[in-house]
Ligand binder design. Structure first.
Ligand code: FBP
Length: 526
C-alpha cells in the first residue's frame, strides 16, 4: 500500500471510470483493418520492413472468441502524467474479463525494467490502492532508450522468458518510437509478443488526426492554471511584482496556450509564433519591454508573463546554437559531463572554437548560468533538457536591465511550474480516458495487432460515444536528426497557429495585456 490517503484520495479510489460503449463489449469485439486510411512516410519505410504496410484498425461488435488467458507486460516510460495507474487498471480488468486466469506483469523503473528483467506481478489487492491516483509509483518510470541491438536483444529475451503475449508501453513520442522499434524487432525474430503504445504526456504534443490528445494534459493544465490564477491574484493584491512563470511542455507550447486561455494573464509567449515570426531574442525582449513599460506608465507595477519551457529552442539564433552544440556534444563523449559551473567553464573553452561565428556570439551573449545549462547532458534521446534551462530567469533579467536603463521601477519573481502538475490526482476525464486506453490495449493484443497505438476518437463527446482505433505507430513517424543522425521518430505536434485555440488567444490577448482580466480558476481538477 502506498502510504496514507487523504480524504479526497480515498474518495477517488472508489471512482468507477466511464468507458466507451463499444469497449464494454470486450471480449466480443472484432478488429477490422481499414485500407488506405494511413500511410508510412517513404523515408521511414526502409527502417520497418515488417510494419511499413500496417493498416488502421477499427473495432466492431462480434462473436465471442473462445477466451484464452493472455499474459501481458506493461511499463511506464518518461515523465509522469496523471492517469497512468488507470491505464494499468483498465488493462488488468480487461485481461481478466477476457479470461480470469490472465496475468499482467509490471516492469519496474521504466524500459530498463524490461531490459534488465525487473518485474512485479500486478495483482488485484495491490492495484486497488492505485486506482484513480496520480503518479507512476506503482511501477516507477525511467527514460532508458531501447534502440541498440544489445538492448533489443535483451528485451526480446525477456519477453520470451516470460512468455508474453503482449507488451504495453505507456509513453510519449520517444517511448512510442521505442515501442515501434521493438514491435519490428520482435516480428523479425518471430516472437509472439504484440507491442501496443499508449499516448502519454502532459506536454500534449503527441497528437495527430487519429490521436486527439495524450493523457495527463487535461489534469496538468488544470493544476497549473489553478496556481497561475493564484499568482495573478497575488500580483493584483500586492501590486509590486511582475511574475515570470515558465511552464513545462518541452518544445511545444500547448500547455502554455491552454493555461493562458484558462487564466487570461497579461502575456504569454507561444514559441511556435516566435519561430514563425523569426523573432530574435533582442526583438522578443524589446517587444515585451515596450508592453510592460506601457503598463508601468499606467501605474501597473505588476503583471504575469507565461513562458513555455521550449521557447529557448525556437528563437532562431539559439536554435542554431543548440543544433551546433548537439552535434559537437554527440561527436565526442568526453563533452558529456557538464554538471558544475567549473566543468562548464572547461567545456566552454573547448567548445567555443568549434562553433560558427554567429553561434559563438549568441553563446557569449548568454548569462553564464544559461551557458552552463545549455551544455548540460542531453536526455537519452539526444534532446536538450529544456526543463533544466532557466529561461524564466533569462527573460526576467533581460527585462530588468532594460527597465533599469529606462529608469523605471521594476521588481520581479521567477517561477517554474512543472513537477507540481505531473503526478496530480487525475481529473475524471483523464481517469476515464486512461482506463479506456488500458482496455483498448487489451483488445488490440487479443486481436493479435502489433506496432499500434491505442487511440480514442471523439473525446469532446460524452465518454460512451468515444470510438476506439488502433493506429500504426509507423504512420506517426518522420525522419529527424538525433545525436547527429537521421532516425525515424514519432513526430511531435506543435501548436497550430491557424488552429482555433491560438486564434482565440490572438483575438483576446491585446485586452489581457492592458486590463487585469485575470481568471482565478481555483481547484478545477474535479
Ligand atoms: P515526457 O515527454 O516523457 O512525457 O516528458 C514530460 C516532461 O514533463 C516535459 O514536460 C519535461 O521537459 C520533462 O518531462 C522533464 O523531464 P524530467 O522528468 O526527466 O526532469
Amino acid at each position: 500500500m502506498p502510504g496514507s490517503f487523504s480524504p479526497l484520495a480515498s474518495a477517488r479510489l472508489k471512482y468507477q471510470p466511464r468507458m466507451p460503449g463499444l469497449l464494454k463489449a470486450l471480449p466480443k469485439l472484432q478488429a477490422v483493418g481499414l485500407k488506405n486510411k494511413v500511410k508510412t512516410d517513404p523515408g521511414v519505410r526502409p527502417f520497418f520492413s515488417q510494419l511499413a504496410d500496417s493498416e488502421l484498425v477499427e473495432f466492431k461488435r462480434g462473436r465471442q472468441i473462445p477466451g484464452r488467458p493472455l499474459k501481458v507486460g506493461v511499463f511506464f516510460s518518461g515523465g509522469q502524467a496523471p492517469g497512468g495507474h488507470n491505464v494499468v487498471s483498465g488493462l488488468f480488468d480487461a485481461l481478466k474479463k477476457i479470461h480470469p486466469q490472465a496475468q499482467l506483469v509490471g516492469f519496474l523503473g521504466g524500459p530498463s525494467g524490461l531490459v534488465e528483467g525487473k518485474t512485479k506481478a500486478v495483482v488485484a489487492p495491490a492495484l486497488k490502492f492505485y486506482r484513480n491516483q496520480g503518479g507512476f509509483d506503482f511501477l516507477g518510470s525511467g527514460r532508458t532508450k531501447i534502440e541498440t541491438e544489445e538492448q533489443l536483444e535483451a528485451a526480446l529475451a525477456c519477453v520470451r522468458r516470460l512468455d508474453l503475449d503482449g507488451l504495453v508501453v505507456v509513453g510519449g513520442d520517444d517511448s512510442n518510437t521505442n515501442a515501434a522499434l521493438m514491435a519490428e524487432y520482435f516480428l523479425k525474430h518471430k516472437a509472439k509478443t504484440k507491442v501496443v503504445g499508449i499516448p502519454k504526456t502532459i506536454d500534449g504534443d503527441l497528437r495527430s488526426f487519429w490521436i486527439e490528445n495524450s493523457f495527463g494534459f487535461d489534469t496538468a493544465t488544470k493544476v497549473y492554471s489553478e496556481l497561475i490564477g493564484n499568482i495573478a491574484k497575488d500580483a493584483l493584491s500586492a501590486k509590486k511584482y511582475y511574475h515570470f512563470i515558465k511552464l513545462m511542455g518541452r518544445s511545444a507550447s500547448h500547455v502554455t496556450l491552454e493555461c493562458a486561455l484558462k487564466t487570461q494573464v497579461n502575456f504569454a509567449f507561444i514559441a511556435e509564433e516566435i519561430r514563425d515570426r523569426k523573432l530574435s531574442l533582442k526583438e522578443l525582449i524589446d517587444g515585451l519591454c515596450r508592453k510592460i513599460e506601457k503598463r508601468i506608465r499606467h501605474g501597473k507595477n505588476y503583471g504575469v508573463v507565461l513562458i513555455p519551457e521550449g521557447l529557448i529552442e525556437f528563437i532562431p539564433e539559439v536554435k542554431r546554437l543548440i543544433g551546433e552544440l548537439n552535434r559537437i556534444l554527440a561527436s565526442d563523449s568526453s563533452f558529456l559531463k557538464v554538471e558544475t559551473p567549473d566543468s562548464a567553464a572547461v567545456q566552454m573553452e573547448k567548445i567555443q572554437p568549434l562553433l560558427s561565428a554567429s553561434s559563438r556570439l549568441c553563446f557569449q551573449q548568454m548569462p553564464r548560468l544559461i551557458q552552463t545549462q545549455l551544455l548540460c547532458d542531453r536526455d537519452p534521446h539526444g534532446n536538450v533538457q529544456v526543463s533544466q534551462i532557466e529561461t524564466e530567469k533569462l527573460i526576467m533579467e533581460l527585462v530588468f536591465s532594460q527597465m533599469k536603463a529606462r529608469g523605471l521601477k521594476f521588481k520581479a519573481q521567477a517561477h517554474f511550474l512543472g513537477y507540481e502538475g505531473r503526478s496530480a490526482l487525475p481529473t475524471n476525464f483523464d481517469a476515464d480516458y486512461c482506463y479506456s486506453l488500458g482496455f483498448l490495449a487489451a483488445a488490440l493484443i487479443q486481436a493479435g495487432k502489433t506496432g499500434y497505438m491505442a487511440a480514442l476518437k471523439g473525446l469532446k463527446k460524452f465518454t460512451g460515444a468515444w470510438q476506439p482505433f488502433g493506429v500504426p505507430l509507423v504512420s506517426l513517424m518522420k525522419l529527424e536528426e538525433r545525436k547527429g543522425q537521421k532516425k525515424p521518430v514519432v513526430q511531435k505536434a506543435l501548436v497550430d497557429l491557424k488552429g482555433r485555440d491560438f486564434q482565440l488567444f490572438c483575438r483576446r490577448r491585446l485586452k489581457w495585456e492592458n486590463a487585469d482580466d485575470y481568471l482565478c480558476p481555483g481547484p478545477i481538477q474535479f
